[in-house]
Design a protein around this ligand. Structure first.
Ligand SMILES: Cc1cc2nc3c(=O)[nH]c(=O)nc-3n(C[C@H](O)[C@H](O)[C@H](O)COP(=O)(O)OP(=O)(O)OC[C@H]3O[C@@H](n4cnc5c(N)ncnc54)[C@H](O)[C@@H]3O)c2cc1C
Length: 394
């Protein structure tokens, strides 16, 4: 939609082909229906969150950073806010404002939209695009922008068609993984701890070469694993490791970052205030009741007796588990629950200044179909809009 608007504003005749009955199905679902369309980070920091390839976005963000995106939406009648100082939403926090403004602007400037049109193939003469074919129609054109998204939430349209279209004209695809989704654990005790949100949990991969992978944020246990903002963000690092190793050992700090020494100190203070604490009630000063009980069980600590009645070994084990609780990730629900796709069309085959294919003249890409993915917080939509702006401008 961004590409179509920018291109039509420059005087081109633009046709948008959408395979679903309506445009913007995924956009509608973003941010829990509120559409977290960008964030307030500087371009430098923004790019760092995409990892090593983040710099690919440099030129696009120079042309359309979050300030210019806000101006763009303002120009089509949507005011935005960032009430937490970070995440940018349309005022009113409803994605329908974004979609109807984009639709209205496309109508105003003469973008033709055809829905229920699944694009099936590209036509070319070996060096340049000459046409495109949908299920029912063929169109002659010298320029095509592929904006087909990733593989996540396939009911919202993106099912990986763009990868096939690109592959057929010689592009390579970096291996695809589902990302931003809940994870499943080997440990079944998690099912007994689903009632509470654990704030500021730290997750760390416990594999020799990957010890640096960690994340902090809110965590929720599920009947078969973990979810919550920290898990959504971390899952994009974990799914490739599950693929490689089968299971991924992790360590979690659920005590807001306290180390063993600080936990001992905390217990000392609590006991000086209330000497009658049982081990369970003492742990419960740090964690929810159900979780406290499960961690006592893992340490083989009798929850009902006083901490100083436990053997030294058991006490040490409990404290060590409170500092770093082990958890084993064994799976996920696949693309159907993935908000983002990791992998995609190889970046070195795309010109970052124009988004044009280096394989075929007149073919362009934008958004999630390319091999770039960011964390939660407006990163992926900002990238989709910025790359869409560049593709449309060219
Ligand atoms: C539930 C959910 C919530 C999210 N929340 C946020 C958020 O708040 N902030 C954020 O930054 N990111 C969020 N994301 C990620 C974000 O939505 C995507 O990264 C972004 O929409 C990608 O934009 P895109 O234009 O590349 O692809 P999409 O938005 O997926 O659009 C691709 C379009 O192409 C159509 N299409 C696909 N194949 C064909 C074909 N062969 N022919 C014709 N049409 C085709 C699809 O139907 C679809 O309409 C969320 C994702 C999900 C699933």
């Amino acid at each position: 939609m961004m590409s179509a608007i920018v291109s039509a504003r420059a005087g081109n005749s633009v046709l948008l082909l959408e395979k679903l009955p309506k445009i913007g199905a995924k956009l509608k679902a973003t941010g829990g229906g509120r559409c977290n369309l960008s964030n307030t980070l500087s371009n430098e920091v923004f790019m760092q969150h995409f990892g090593r390839d983040g710099r690919f976005m440099s030129h696009s963000l120079e042309l359309l950073d979050h300030h210019k995106l806000i101006e763009f939406f303002d120009s089509i009648g949507v005011k935005t806010d960032a009430l937490d100082g970070f995440r940018i939403f349309p005022v009113g926090h409803n994605s329908k404002f974004i979609i109807s403004a984009l639709e209205q602007e496309m109508q105003n400037i003469g973008v033709e939209i055809l829905c229920n049109q699944k694009v099936r193939s590209l036509e070319h003469d070996g060096t340049s695009i000459i046409g495109i074919h949908s299920s029912t129609h063929s169109f002659k054109t010298s320029k095509v922008i592929i904006a087909t998204g990733g593989m996540g939430y396939p009911t919202l349209g993106a099912e990986g068609d763009g990868y096939e279209l690109a592959q057929e004209v010689g592009h390579s695809i970096k291996k695809l993984y589902p990302a931003m989704m809940p994870l499943q654990t080997k440990e079944s005790w998690v099912a007994l701890c689903t009632a509470d949100t654990i704030a500021k949990a730290t997750l760390r991969v416990d594999l020799k070469k990957y010890k640096k992978l960690s994340a902090i944020g809110d965590l929720i246990f599920t009947k078969n694993g973990i979810r919550g903002p920290v898990v959504l963000d971390f899952s994009r690092e974990i799914t490739p490791l599950i693929d490689k190793f089968g299971e991924v050992p992790m360590l979690m700090n659920l005590t807001k970052g306290l180390n063993e020494e600080q936990i001992r100190q905390h217990f000392k203070v609590q006991l000086s205030k209330k000497p009658t604490h049982t081990t369970l009630s003492l742990v419960h000063t740090l964690l929810p009741q159900a979780l406290s009980l499960e961690l006592c069980h893992i340490a083989n600590a009798d929850p009902e007796i006083a901490l100083n009645k436990l053997s030294g070994i058991v006490r040490d084990k409990l404290i060590s588990i409170l500092a770093w609780t082990p958890l084993t990730i064994i799976g996920h629900d696949g693309f159907k629950m993935a908000m983002i796709t990791r992998g995609g069309i190889t970046l070195k085959e795309i010109d970052p200044k124009t988004m044009q294919s280096k394989k075929l003249n007149g073919l362009y890409f934008c958004g999630e179909v390319m091999d770039l993915d960011g964390p939660c917080g407006g990163y992926n939509l900002q990238w989709a809009f910025a790359s869409g702006f560049v593709a449309g401008s060219n």
